[in-house]
Design a protein around this ligand. Structure first.
Ligand code: B12
Ligand code: SF4
Length: 547
């Protein structure tokens, strides 16, 4: 690859694919694929209790923060906004970021660039680049596979090995639950931190592992706990946060980095909360106290299946581990795969019941899916098991199988939908489950010698004893028609919270509870009428001098 003739004076536009997203259209948008993490693949069957929020496109934000060229990030544009930006300003380079299922939008955006800004070089990056033969499907000049910061720096003639600057990213936007949009107070939402991309475990279906090199490979943006600590301090002071969403596929796998971070946190008295992703084998490298002291308060863990042979599970009793984590106040988000090789129409129900019996605070269910670029895709292609004529927009694990399996394509969707529903019906709204976990944690750690830990649980209990308790009041009523015994459990939890915090908890439940009950009803009606949510468009310029 040659560097761009203008080097770092080239003007760069970095855009995510265009919306609207949560509707069916010819470009590959799908109603079941809203731009919302939880509602898309975790709490989607939970009606008005579903946790709804948007996340920005962090890949292009990271690239923007790490180049010195004049750059504009356009996130979640409509086609009109993308066209307007292309014609209003001249861009030497137009970078488009996408995942596989949005390839139809990339094709259309490349067409638009050629028409509206013919002198621009088109660079396409992100997971879409893993599609074999992509160059024949879209009209781009460069298709970038893998890590994009170093590629873009190289293309602009900059030092690709320079330290990574981390932008200050607010992790979630426009959070809604029970029909109420939460106020966006400064510091109230966690900041996103991205220590690495990829994962060395190399599970055969895993797109993120495959995209950044596969088994044994990953890219560290921050090698050491010291570097990470400095970045977190910087973002803490910019955004006034105590809480971090750590976007690293397997954060706890890198134990020496995590333990050094803990040392620094202790020395500086940082009472931070970390939401992390980690595999069971990595979690077991730590004692519960180490996790708690590190501030791990939310943990996303692959449970996959009791009979799966993935190295990351290494014989772990995931049910016991989930229970133990929750007893220590750590909210667990389990992730279960439906359609592994040993699954059949006869045993899948029992496997789903096993997953649900974990009583994780949140549960993601995903279909086993050969996505282009993964070892599983290659294997299925070799075995001739890939189904023909499946639109790439429908290959993502939340719809139907794209390969031959003992379970039929249509049944795969039925089992997936049932898994979400069963988890909700049996375990109640995730909002209730996290209140239970936080209360357990606070009871266990309220007298803990380390003041940072006490402070963190006290912060959590402030929420549980006020607004969340009001939500419990509304939930126990709303849930009666779904599962009376869970409604009674919610009632007992609320009583317990009110025993601990008699004044504030009772008062907020009586005052705010009825409002939440009303707004949850209203939200259920809205959702039943087909209402969906779309993220706002963002436009952010850096190193910009108007032409
Ligand atoms: C945050 C996130 C989201 C957010 C939205 C983000 C957004 N604004 O688009 C939400 C929660 C809404 C979401 C939704 C979905 N997501 Co999502 N998501 C993620 C997640 C967890 C983090 C992405 C991230 O920021 N990573 C960190 C950044 C730094 O990495 P990156 O984005 O890959 O960017 C790097 C390179 O790819 C490259 N790069 C990226 N863009 C560009 C552009 C240019 C020009 C260049 C040169 C390079 C480049 O450089 C970056 C730095 O190295 C990833 C998993 C993961 N760990 O990455 C899944 C992931 C991207 N999502 C995925 C999927 C499937 C979905 C959904 C379809 C849900 C589903 N059914 O599973 C929906 C689709 C929504 C829609 N309508 O488009 C898959 C994509 C699989 C694939 N092969 O395409 C992933 C990989 C998860 C997985 N393992 O299955 N998602
Ligand atoms: S442990 Fe998780 S992130 Fe790592 S390769 Fe396996 S599925 Fe992917």
């Amino acid at each position: 690859m040659n560097t761009h003739p203008k080097g770092n004076r080239a003007r760069v536009l970095l855009s995510s694919v265009f919306g609207p997203y949560a509707q069916d259209d010819e470009f590959g948008s799908r109603t079941i694929n809203p731009m919302e993490l939880y509602h898309n693949q975790v709490t989607r069957a939970q009606g008005s209790f579903s946790l709804r929020m948007f996340h920005r496109s962090w890949g292009i934000m990271m690239i923007q923060a790490n180049i010195s060229a004049p750059c504009c990030v356009l996130d979640f544009p409509r086609r009109e906004a993308f066209a307007r930006e292309l014609t209003k300003n001249h861009y030497d380079i137009v970078g488009i970021s996408s995942i596989v299922m949005n390839v139809g939008k990339v094709k259309e955006m490349c067409r638009m660039v050629r028409e509206l800004s013919p002198a621009s070089v088109i660079v396409v990056g992100g997971h879409v680049a893993a599609i074999p033969g992509l160059d024949a499907l879209i009209d781009a000049d460069y298709i970038v596979r893998g890590e994009g910061i170093s590629w873009m720096r190289r293309y602009l003639g900059e030092d690709e090995g320079a330290p990574i600057r981390h932008p200050a990213i607010v992790s979630g936007l426009q959070t809604r639950v029970m029909g109420v949009r939460l106020p966006e107070r400064r510091g109230a939402t966690a900041a996103t931190i991205i220590p690495s991309v990829g994962c060395p475990m190399g599970c055969n279906f895993c797109t993120t592992s495959a995209f950044f090199g596969g088994k044994g490979k990953f890219v560290n943006f921050y090698e050491t706990g010291d570097e990470l600590f400095d970045v977190m301090c910087d973002i803490e002071s910019q955004l006034k946060v105590h809480s971090f969403f750590v976007m690293d596929e397997n954060f706890l796998l890198h134990r020496s980095r995590a333990m050094r971070l803990l040392e620094r946190m202790k020395a500086a008295g940082k009472s931070w909360e970390l939401s992390v992703f980690a595999s069971a084998n990595a979690i077991r490298k730590y004692t519960m106290e180490e996790l708690v002291e590190l501030g791990v308060s939310w943990l996303w863990m692959g449970l996959e299946s009791p009979k799966s042979t993935y190295g990351k599970l290494q014989g772990a009793d995931t049910k016991h581990l989930t229970q133990e984590l929750r007893e220590h106040g750590i909210r667990v988000q389990g992730s279960t795969i439906i359609g592994l090789e040993h699954h059949t129409p006869d045993n899948i129900t029992a496997e789903i019941e096993h997953a649900v019996a974990h009583q994780a605070d949140f549960h993601q269910f995903m279909l086993y899916t050969p996505v282009p670029g993964t070892p599983l895709y290659e294997q299925m292609a070799k075995e001739g098991r890939l189904l023909e004529n499946i639109n790439l927009a429908d290959i993502h694990g939340q719809y139907k199988f794209n390969f031959q399996h003992a379970i039929s394509r249509d049944d795969s969707k039925r089992f997936l939908d049932w898994a979400f529903w069963r988890d909700f019906e049996r375990n109640g709204p995730s909002l209730y489950r996290i209140c239970r976990t936080m209360l357990q944690g606070w009871k266990r750690y309220r007298d803990y010698p380390d003041p940072r830990v006490r402070e963190r649980f006290e912060r959590e209990m402030k929420k549980v004893s006020s607004a969340y308790n009001a939500a419990l009041w509304a939930m126990e009523r709303q849930f009666r028609k779904i599962n009376r015994s869970v409604s009674e459990e919610i009632h007992s939890l609320r009583r317990e919270v009110e025993r601990e915090f008699p004044l504030v908890a009772r008062l907020t439940a009586r005052l705010l509870g009825p409002v939440l009950l009303w707004s949850a009803h209203r939200e259920d009606e809205r959702l039943a009428a087909g209402h969906t949510y779309e993220p706002p468009c963002f436009l952010q310029r850096s190193n910009w001098i108007s032409a």
